[in-house]
Design a protein around this ligand. Structure first.
Ligand code: FE2
Length: 367
C-alpha cells in the first residue's frame, strides 16, 4: 500500500492532535520540584498545573476543548451569557487560538482537580472521564488512600455530577473553605466573575429574566483560590473581573503570585480584565508577581501583553509598585521563587550542546 492509500482523516487527526503530544506530560512528570519552590505550567486559557516538592500535583481549570468549528446558523442562543450581557444574536467568533499542550488522557497522576467556575472553558469532561475511569488515587492528610477529589463551587460540582463523576469524589467549596492536600492548602475565596452573574441555566428563548433582579449566588457559581505552597502563595482569580475587594484579599492573605484573566473585550463586552485592571488587581492584592492569562485562547478576545508592560513602566515609580508583571507562554513553566526576577518567558531554545561534536560543513567561516 502506498503512503497515500494509508492516509485517512482519522489517521491525520490522531497523528496531529494534541499538538504537543505527551511532551508536556513527560516534562511535568519528570520535574523534581526543589525544596521551598513551586512549579507551575500554563495549560492555556486559565488552566494551570501546579506541582510541589512533595509531589502534590493539582490542576486548576484544566480544559482541553475548543470553540467554534463551523459557522452553523451563525446565531447565538438568546440566553447565552454574552447575549444576556450585550443583547446580541450573532454567533460569537470565538475560535481557539492556541494549541493543545497537554494530553489529558496521558496524565498519570494528579492529586486534585479544581475548577474556579462552570463555564465551558474552565472544566473538562475529557479529563474528568480519564481521572475517574483510571481510578486515580491520592492520599488524604491522614495518609489514607482516597480517589482524586474534584473541587469547585456548587455549579461546577453540578456539572461533574451530570457528567458522571461519583458524588463522593466531589467537594463543593465556597469562600472561606480550606482543604489540605499533601504540602499545600487550598483556600477558596470570593470570585468577582460578573459574567457568571449574567449566566443563566436556560439559554433558550425561555431564558430566565434577570432585569431588576439583584443576584446573590456568586458563591455558588464561582470562587477564586489561594493555594498555599512551600514555594509561596498562589492566587488564581479564575475569570474574575476587577473588584475593589481584591484589596481585602490582599490584606487578609500574603500573596506571592497572582493570575488574572486578561483580554481585549470586543465592543459591547465587559468580560475580561484590561491591562489597567491587571495592574490595579496586582496593586490591590499586594502580590509580588502578576501573570496575565486567558488572553491566549479566544481569537476574538486576544490581547497584547506589551500593553501591561508599557503601562507598568509608566506607572511603577509614581505609584511605587511593589510587584512586577511576568509575561508567560502557553506550555511554559514558571518556578517560584526561582524565577521571581524574570519578566518574560521564552520556550527552551535548544542547541545547548553546539560544538560539542564535529561540524560537517564545507569550511569553518561558511556560516
Ligand atoms: Fe473563561
Amino acid at each position: 500500500m502506498s503512503k497515500i492509500d494509508e492516509i485517512t482523516r482519522e489517521k491525520w487527526i490522531l497523528e496531529t492532535f494534541p499538538e504537543w503530544g505527551t511532551w508536556l506530560n513527560e516534562e511535568i512528570e519528570g520535574e523534581q520540584v526543589p525544596k521551598n519552590q513551586v512549579a507551575m505550567w500554563w495549560l492555556g486559557c486559565t488552566g494551570i498545573w501546579l506541582k510541589t516538592p512533595e509531589d502534590c500535583n493539582i490542576t486548576i481549570d484544566l480544559w482541553s476543548g475548543n470553540g467554534k468549528r463551523t459557522h452553523g446558523d451563525n446565531k447565538m442562543k438568546p440566553g447565552h451569557q454574552m447575549a444576556n450581557m450585550a443583547g446580541c444574536r450573532m454567533m460569537q467568533p470565538n475560535l481557539r487560538a492556541i494549541p493543545f499542550v497537554l494530553d489529558p488522557f496521558a496524565v498519570k497522576h494528579v492529586d486534585a482537580v479544581l475548577a474556579t467556575h462552570y463555564h465551558q472553558d474552565h472544566m473538562d469532561p475529557n479529563f474528568a472521564a480519564h481521572v475517574v475511569k483510571s481510578g486515580m488515587k491520592t492520599v488524604d492528610i491522614n495518609g489514607k488512600e482516597i480517589f482524586v477529589p474534584f473541587i469547585g463551587p456548587k455549579k461546577s460540582v453540578e456539572y461533574w455530577l451530570k457528567w458522571g463523576v461519583p458524588a463522593d469524589r466531589c467537594i463543593t467549596v465556597k469562600p472561606g473553605d480550606k482543604i489540605k492536600i499533601k504540602d499545600i492548602e487550598i483556600i477558596a475565596l470570593d470570585s468577582f466573575d460578573r459574567t457568571c452573574l449574567v449566566t443563566t441555566d436556560d439559554t433558550s428563548e425561555n431564558r430566565e429574566e434577570l432585569t431588576g433582579i439583584c443576584p446573590t449566588d456568586m458563591d455558588d457559581k464561582a470562587v477564586n483560590y489561594l493555594i498555599k505552597t512551600p514555594g509561596g502563595n498562589i492566587y488564581h482569580s479564575g475569570d474574575s473581573h476587577y473588584s475593589i475587594y481584591f484589596a481585602k484579599h490582599g490584606k487578609d492573605h500574603e500573596i506571592d503570585v497572582a493570575f488574572g484573566a486578561f483580554g481585549e473585550n470586543p465592543i459591547g463586552m465587559a468580560d475580561k480584565m484590561t491591562s489597567v485592571d491587571i495592574l490595579r488587581m496586582a496593586e490591590a492584592l499586594r502580590c509580588k508577581i502578576v501573570i496575565p492569562i486567558h488572553h491566549d485562547v479566544w481569537t476574538n478576545f486576544m490581547a497584547d501583553t506589551n500593553e501591561i508592560n508599557v503601562l507598568y513602566d509608566m506607572k511603577k515609580y509614581r505609584l511605587d509598585y511593589q510587584f512586577h508583571p511576568f509575561i508567560w507562554e502557553v506550555g511554559g513553566k514558571y518556578v517560584y521563587p526561582r524565577d521571581k526576577d524574570k519578566r518574560m518567558y521564552h520556550h527552551r531554545r535548544g542547541f545547548e550542546d553546539c560544538f560539542e561534536h564535529p561540524q560537517n560543513i564545507p569550511f569553518r567561516s561558511m556560516l
